[in-house]
Design a protein around this ligand. Structure first.
Ligand code: GUN
Ligand code: ZN
Length: 444
């Protein structure tokens, strides 16, 4: 049962003492909200210098200044340098089921997803899958993520090991299910609580890793299991909670049968004390205003997952109503319901979901939602999602254009917003030129 963890004590990779990157630097200083003209919430330093020392940002220099001779330099002139994207909702084993045909959420889980997740019972399979997943995140410009592995304890070790090898900030926890799922994916409360405690003690706070209590969703947890989740959150400092809520209408009908005494789907989690400022709930399409106010009051986050919501036909997330309630919102891939790990694709889909409702997503807000806003939602804003001094040196170097069509369109832009928005809409992981994690170049 206790899978050996080969890399638990492996030293995190060492960053270079110093490095200065030159290019078009951009990060969000503050939440731009829904205002499309909120350009002053962004810091843009064209052809500037990003100084990183011992893995963290030491400062920025404008184009007319230069780092001293004791700074090794890497020249990315003509490229866009952004903080690495943060994916606040993604499933590691579901690379196997992306693009599976023909079903809505519940049938998709049964037909494709549960069988794929069962294969992670084999620790070797989980290790290979976890490494593939972490490599893929980086290749798509994502340097941090809040991740669902599987119910298997070895899947959590495998994922944390793979992230630690890269020096990444990654949050994850054993998926919990004890009913309405294949027997092989269900566990009993005593054993799963022991597993969670051991995993928390082994990984939570080690290097850049954090533990998230992970009940999959209310239909697959008994009352006793949800109570166990609350116990873990009370007993350990700084844990996260991740789950799904109000994703599809069929799911909502099922919740009404399973929890007739609950006012709403969200209310199930609220009654068990699972809402807090480090709780991230995916989807939240079919919430009502009382739910939204409850989430805002607890400072919990909804991870809007537009690619998945479109692909599974779940519905259209209403960001304006979330704003009106003061709710925190991030944008996530939700692979494998989502069809790309590239957060630029998530943002392009988010724009379209909102456009269908007469709402508009600016490039400022979009980029904030996958960088600084996501870091704030994870209570990690001091160290993630921006280029302020002391932040980790997680940087993605993007090509402004790949191919003639992107080059032509981006070249026609007259304002920075127009340029960023066209780029965000047309670019994808093929635009990634290089990736730095904790100041160390890991790709490109
Ligand atoms: N609800 C419960 N499990 C899942 C999952 O794996 N993906 C999505 N999109 N929704 C879920
Ligand atoms: Zn999900």
């Amino acid at each position: 049962m206790n899978s050996p963890t080969l890399f638990r004590d492996a030293a995190a990779p060492r960053p270079p003492d110093r490095v200065a990157l030159r290019g078009d630097l951009l990060y969000l200083r503050a939440d731009p909200g829904a205002d499309p003209d909120a350009a002053d919430s962004a810091h843009f330093e064209p052809d500037g210098w990003l100084l990183m020392e011992h893995g963290r940002v030491a400062g920025l220099l404008a184009a007319d200044r230069e780092p001293g001779a004791d700074w090794p330099r890497e020249d990315w002139r003509g490229h866009l340098l952004l903080p690495g994207f943060i994916d606040t909702h993604v499933h590691a084993p579901q690379l196997d089921v992306m693009g599976s045909f023909g079903t809505g959420l519940l049938e998709w889980l049964e037909r494709y997803t549960f069988p794929a997740e069962q294969r992670w019972a084999d620790t070797r399979h989980a290790r290979v899958g976890a490494r593939r997943f972490v490599r893929a995140l980086l290749a798509h410009g994502t340097t941090s993520a809040l991740v669902f592995p599987t119910v298997h304890r070895g899947s959590v070790d495998a994922l944390f090991e793979a992230a630690q090898e890269q020096g990444m900030c990654l949050l994850a926890g054993k998926v919990l299910m004890d009913r309405n799922a294949p027997q092989e994916l269900c566990d009993d409360i005593e054993q799963s609580e022991r597993d969670c405690v051991e995993l928390i003690e082994a990984w939570h706070g080690r290097a850049r890793l954090r533990y998230a209590v992970t009940p999959r969703f209310a239909p697959t947890s008994s009352d006793a299991q949800l109570a166990m989740c609350a116990r873990l959150l009370r007993n350990f400092e700084g844990l996260y909670l991740q789950t799904h809520v109000a994703e599809s209408q069929a799911e909502l009908r099922w919740i009404r049968e399973l929890y007739p005494a609950s006012r709403s789907y969200l209310d199930v989690y609220a009654r068990f004390g699972l809402l807090g400022r480090r709780s991230v709930l995916a989807h939240g399409i079919w919430l009502d205003d009382t739910d939204r106010e409850l989430l805002a009051a607890h400072r919990s986050t909804v991870a809007f997952s537009p690619s998945s919501n479109l692909f599974l036909g779940s519905g259209l997330f209403d960001w304006a109503r979330a704003d009106a309630a003061g709710m925190r919102v991030t944008v996530a891939s939700d692979v494998g319901g989502g069809t790309s790990l590239c957060q630029l694709r998530s943002l392009a889909d988010a724009y379209k979901v909102l456009a269908l409702q007469g709402q508009r997503l600016s490039a400022w807000r979009a980029l904030h939602a996958v960088t600084r806003g996501a870091a704030a939602a994870l209570d990690l804003e001091d160290e993630l999602g921006h280029f302020g001094p002391g932040a980790w040196g997680d940087v993605v170097v993007w090509n402004w254009a790949v191919g003639e069509v992107q080059a032509h369109r981006v070249g026609l832009a007259r304002t920075l917003h127009e340029r960023l928005f066209a780029w965000m809409t047309l670019a994808d992981e093929r635009n990634v030129a290089a990736v730095y994690v904790g100041g160390r170049r890991v790709r490109g």
